[in-house]
Design a protein around this ligand. Structure first.
Ligand SMILES: Nc1ncnc2c1ncn2[C@@H]1O[C@H](COP(=O)(O)OP(=O)(O)OP(=O)(O)O)[C@@H](O)[C@H]1O
Length: 445
């Protein structure tokens, strides 16, 4: 069986420049082995005077069992033995929508994510048996390539990254290491409760596999790695497609999308939404959205609420996926003063930012107002006044943005229309330096 110390030395070598390595410590066999290995790496580095990242352990108490608090204490004591600082996070897992395992996992990763500072590394003790189980569980859920890629050996997590240095190592190798090093660990009794899907696979199903396919773990691990490669390739192609179909404002060109075969349309739509909102759609949601927005009358369809604060809506045959949309709309102020030297944040409207080097030259203090109807303006360099309504149609500004469009007034006159146009009498002469206005609508901030 492969030696674990050289293996982990190699897999963690790319991360030696990180400030902190956080070890996700449940106190079970696997994370106890990882703790011991990482401690040995640090001892080796100390004895050779080599710089080494700071190691800290983090334990999440999900409060799901009577003994949870006592375990946390034992975890802390274990870490003290190795002089590894210990952080405890206590979470409350509630809700019956999904299995308690999934909820606990989500809560745990949220805690990990908050703990990580920029560039920190989180170490998890998942091993090859965990990977094989994950692949099977995903298969049983009917997952596609992304799901069947199972757990990646590393990925971004919040401001840092996570890494699973033991992912290619079978659990038996960890058991052998723990025995050889005379380690002690906590045994979570819930690991034997076959009501949990993962435990059922582990206790009842996989031992049967092992009788006929003794190398099933390695085969499953390879299958997952192949799916991960396929997923990565597809991802690259889909993002290339997307790049050619997105306008500068981030919207997706529905006319161009409609020309593609169905499966490509759906893959692009799914990726567009993930990129904008980080929400992964179920197949049913994807079908509904495709049916709603991939029709000629897409512009007349109501907004589709994907999740709290995330809206999909179409305008001018372009699909907009907006995040951070206010859930309730408060009335707009009738007038606001704006000192261009500082950013102006208007709830429900967004941010107005002015920087030097543009063409807008205010003649008097700047006031922000909103459309009342009937506004007219003469654009810089144009001979006639025109209704603002017509101009907004020509500029193809989505209707929901027209409602909150900041109008910039100087001395009672319309001087600029957000960052879309500057009116006559307010634009810089040749050689004169003015302001550049930028409006970041609330849904895009
Ligand atoms: N409560 C927890 N607090 C901190 N880290 C955890 C916790 N639960 C799991 N982890 C991390 O996630 C990894 C995989 O979790 P999993 O539930 O498969 O393991 P476990 O059986 O609970 O514990 P171990 O892997 O230590 O035997 C663990 O090895 C550990 O690194």
């Amino acid at each position: 069986m492969a030696e674990l110390l050289p293996l982990i030395t190699k897999s963690l070598a790319p991360y030696l420049d990180r400030r902190v390595w956080w070890l996700a410590f449940s106190g079970g066999l696997d994370s106890q082995v990882l703790l011991h290995l990482v401690w040995r790496l640090r001892e080796d580095a100390r004895s050779s005077n080599t710089p080494f990242p700071e190691i800290r352990a983090i334990h999440v108490n999900h409060q799901l069992q009577a003994a949870s608090a006592a375990w946390a204490v034992q975890c802390e004591q274990q870490c003290a033995v190795y002089h590894i600082p210990f952080t405890l996070k206590v979470v409350t897992v509630s809700g019956r929508r999904r299995g308690v395992e999934d909820l606990a996992r989500d809560a745990r990763y949220r805690e990990f994510e908050t703990a990580l500072d920029s560039g920190d590394l989180l170490l998890l003790a998942h091993h090859l048996d965990d990977q094989a189980e994950t692949l099977l569980l995903r298969l049983l859920r009917g997952a596609g390539v992304n799901g069947l890629a199972a757990m990646p050996a590393s990925r971004a997590l919040g401001a840092g990254e996570l890494c699973r240095p033991l992912l290619a190592t079978p659990r038996a190798a960890l058991e052998a290491y723990a025995a050889a090093q005379q380690l002690t660990w906590l045994d979570d009794p819930s690991n034997f409760d076959t009501h949990y899907r993962r435990n059922f696979l582990r206790q009842r199903v996989l031992p049967l596999f092992a009788q006929h396919w003794p190398d099933y773990r390695q085969s499953f691990g390879r299958a997952a790695a192949l799916q991960a490669e396929a997923a990565q390739l597809l991802h690259g192609y889909i993002n290339q497609d997307l790049a050619g179909m997105c306008a500068d404002d981030g919207s997706l060109d529905l006319r161009a999308l409609a020309l593609l075969p169905d499966i490509r349309q759906r893959a692009i739509l799914r990726q567009f939404i993930i990129n904008r909102s980080e929400l992964a759609l179920s197949s049913a949601q994807l079908e509904t959205i495709a049916a709603q927005f991939l029709q000629s009358s897409a512009d007349r369809q109501p907004a589709f609420r994907l999740a709290a604060g995330v809206l999909l809506r179409a305008y001018n045959q372009h699909l907009f996926c907006e995040t951070a949309v206010a859930e309730t709309s408060s009335p707009l102020p009738s007038e606001l003063a704006w000192d261009l030297n500082s950013e102006l944040l208007i709830p429900g409207v967004g941010r107005l930012v002015a920087t030097r080097g543009g063409v807008f030259v205010p003649t008097e203090p700047v006031l922000i107002r909103f459309r009342q109807g009937g506004e007219r303006c003469r654009l810089a360099g144009h001979a006639h006044h025109r209704p603002l309504k017509k101009l907004l149609q020509e500029w193809r500004l989505p209707p929901w943005q027209r409602e909150v469009l900041p109008l910039i007034y100087c001395g009672g006159e319309l001087a600029a229309v957000a960052d879309l146009a500057v009116c006559d009498g307010f634009s810089a002469a040749v050689g004169e330096e003015g302001w550049k206005i930028r409006w970041v609508p609330e849904a895009l901030t």
